[in-house]
Write a protein that binds this ligand. Structure first.
Ligand code: 2YH
Length: 262
């Protein structure tokens, strides 16, 4: 799993409005509306007080990570703050300042927990659903649409689940044969592609950790690609050729997590 670095999140808080307008232009919905749609939630969400707790374990704090998550939540209308203390002291601070929800991430997992209503959300799941929802909206839910999901990890599987719930045909592209077989058995209504590279797919979710995986020959000029993968999985020339690219590193995942726990 790829860990975000400081430069991934630098200036993210200042670009939220720009990203929101961009998403609206492509999908017809705002960041929060996509997140709510991904989770089948109605807006406005039930208000709650949220703390984001920095976690020092493993490789430690990513400078600006918690503050950026807080900025995204505040942008989305939530009452959110970053705790001054970290780890268990940070949790104490969260509760002593009246938080009902805690967002926190270590090197593997980024989760949100609602300690009052008992719900919780994993960033990988939320990201997969959020990007699949954005793609579905951008494609205007074309009848007969078929989506190529690249990657059978947590993000890819969550995307598959969302698309199957919407009765969309899913084709999985996964380089690891064992993973591909296991995923094909888990979701019996999907096809597993023997070769996805011929460029016949208009709608793609790129959920692998492979940089520049998608090349120009793999897509059409009508392709819409939702690319939550880190690093970015679309080669520069392919990104230019595609009709639309939906890509952001944290924002849509956080919006979907907020919707999930509300
Ligand atoms: O970036 C990450 C992991 N790759 C989890 C991603 C889950 N999809 N973690 C962030 C670590 C943050 C750090 N512990 C902090 O600053 O609190």
């Amino acid at each position: 799993m790829t860990r975000l670095v400081k430069k991934d999140i630098a200036a993210m808080d200042k670009n939220l409005n720009h990203l929101d307008r961009l998403l609206e232009a492509v999908t017809g919905k705002s960041l929060l509306e996509i997140g709510a749609f991904a989770m089948g939630k109605a807006l406005p969400l039930i208000p709650t007080r949220i703390a984001v707790v920095p976690i020092t374990t493993g490789l430690g704090i990513i400078q600006g990570f918690s503050e950026t998550v807080t900025a995204i939540l505040v942008y989305l209308g939530a009452d959110a703050f970053t705790t001054e203390k970290t780890d268990v002291r940070g949790l104490q601070e969260a509760f002593s300042r009246g938080a009902e929800v805690v967002f926190m991430a270590d090197d593997q997992t980024f989760s949100a927990f609602h300690f009052k209503n008992g719900s919780w959300s994993d960033n990988g799941d939320a990201t997969g659903r959020g990007f699949a929802a954005a793609l579905y909206l951008a494609a205007k839910a074309q009848a007969q649409m078929e989506v190529l999901v690249l990657g059978a990890g947590a993000v890819g599987q969550a995307a598959i689940e969302f698309l199957l719930e919407k009765n969309i045909s899913v084709v999985l592209g996964e380089i690891d044969q064992d993973k591909a077989r296991a995923c094909g058995e888990k979701y019996q209504n999907i096809k597993v592609a023997a070769d996805w590279t011929a460029g016949r797919y208009h709608y793609i979710v790129e959920a692998t950790p492979i940089a520049d995986l998608i090349k120009t020959k793999n897509i059409t000029d009508q392709s819409i690609i939702a690319a939550p993968g880190v690093p970015f999985g679309v080669a520069p020339a392919a990104a230019k050729k595609a009709d639309q690219i939906i890509h952001n590193l944290l924002e849509l995942g956080v919006a979907t997590m907020l919707s999930a726990i509300s």
